[in-house]
Design a protein around this ligand. Structure first.
Ligand code: HEC
Ligand SMILES: [Cu+2]
Length: 388
């Protein structure tokens, strides 16, 4: 009798799991490509199977009791309470199950949070509705926007153009990282809360204005991995995808070189540090003229050449001028003897230190933390010489 009820679902299950059908309808989450995302993946399925087992044990016992002890076959309820053995069992068993799940879960969370000893750090700033990637060591900085053509997105009244394969998950400039290296992300936002989410990397981290949160990944396999902003961050929140391209280290180095060569021309804003509006407008006029110098400085930075007076000027033009040419935010103006005199009295070493560490409204290294210490010191020397 029972088998009659089971036959239909069994037939359905057989169809669903027959090999061909299973291949067509396989349900899975995206394959993990980092050690942490693999841990998350295994945790997901491990705990799913624990739940499935509990489901069968609990419902099995329930249905067995209902059928075996139903009234129509004359079952009589047993009248007892307080069975110490049963109470101990139903406390111990769930306790062991919970500990068994909490241990691997806690281990995974700790691994996710351990962004120490990274090989490269990239500051990720979210904007409505794009991402900015600022490579701290390599001095590369760019914006990444959705690149899906508008006519594929808009379908007012008529079907839009044919959609690309990665419709809404494609960008003009992907984040590029080396395979096998630990990449630390420093995630923040410029306006509202966003979320940097790439499932295959096991990273889903809020970008919160005024805070820097870190996350990390080490990609094991070259390839392209896609994600999206995971917060409802405004009307175009669906239009800020993330594309991470993992390259072999030598190809990555070539990419960095290539990006550096074209960066200043594409991104004049990169030369101006963010903090003050006055700083920003002050550089605007001078940007064009200083670009050539800035590229030169970037290349010298890469080869770690000893700082020279020329370096000092180009670093000044690139990073310090924003505030120090106008005196924005109380910065002592270049060549203003009265403003510099009391500061020079501290001695050059103290000035080096405050330029490196930041002072008052001046952020460390004038906001460009990718600068080597020598370049900053050279810029201080240049400014000190101009004030004598
Ligand atoms: C965002 C604006 C800003 C930028 C960019 C900036 N500075 Fe400054 N700087 C300031 C301000 C403001 C002060 C005055 C700080 C104070 O005395 O409180 C200052 C002071 C200094 C001083 C004097 C420190 C002292 O101890 O009196 C030095 C040296 C200096 N900056 C060097 C640099 C160098 C080198 C750079 C580029 C690498 C740079 N600054 C970029 C704003 C800036
Ligand atoms: Cu967003």
């Amino acid at each position: 009798m029972l088998s009659k009820f089971l036959r239909a679902p069994a037939a359905l299950a057989a169809i669903a799991f027959s090999t061909r059908a299973a291949a067509d309808y396989a349900v899975d989450i995206l394959p993990p490509v980092t050690p942490v995302s693999r841990e998350i993946y295994d945790l997901h399925f491990g705990i799913l199977w624990v739940c499935v087992a509990i489901f069968f044990v609990v419902f099995g016992a329930m249905f067995w009791s209902i059928f075996k002890h139903r009234k129509s076959v004359g079952a009589k309820a047993a009248q007892f309470h307080e069975n110490t053995t049963i109470e101990i069992i139903w406390t111990i068993v769930p306790f062991v199950i919970l500990i068994g799940m909490a241990y691997p879960a806690t281990k995974t969370v700790l691994d996710m949070k351990d962004a120490s000893n990274a090989d490269i750090s990239v500051k990720v700033t979210a904007y409505q509705w794009k991402w900015e990637y600022d490579y701290q060591q390599d001095g590369v900085k760019f914006l990444s926007h959705l690149s899906t053509p508008r006519d594929q997105i808009e379908e007012y009244g008529k079907p839009g153009a044919k959609k690309n394969e990665n419709y809404l998950l494609e960008v003009d400039q992907p984040m590029v990282v080396p395979v096998g290296k630990k990449v630390r992300l420093l995630i923040t936002s410029n306006d509202v809360i966003h979320g940097w989410y790439v499932p295959q990397l096991g990273v889903n981290q809020y970008g919160i204005p005024g805070f820097i949160k870190d996350a990390w990944f080490t990609i094991e396999k070259a390839g392209t991995y896609r994600g999206q902003c995971s917060q409802i961050c405004g009307k175009e929140h669906g239009y800020m995808p993330i594309v991470v391209q993992a390259l072999e280290p030598d190809k990555y180095a070539a990419w960095v070189k290539d990006m550096k060569a074209k960066m200043p021309a594409e991104q004049p804003a990169a030369a101006a540090p963010p903090p003050t509006d006055a700083g920003g407008s002050a550089t605007a006029g001078a940007t064009g003229a200083s670009q050539a110098g800035a590229t030169g400085a970037a290349q010298q930075v890469a080869s770690a050449a000893p700082a020279t007076a020329a370096d000092g000027k180009s670093t000044y033009d690139k990073t310090c001028m924003a505030c120090h040419s106008t005196g924005a935010a109380g910065a002592p103006k270049l060549g203003d003897k009265a403003a510099w005199a009391p500061r020079l009295k501290q001695g050059i070493a103290a000035l080096h230190a405050s330029a490196l560490k930041g002072k008052g409204a001046m952020p460390p290294k004038g906001g460009n933390t990718g600068l080597p210490d020598d370049a900053v010191k050279a810029a201080v020397d240049y400014m000190a010489a101009a004030a004598k």
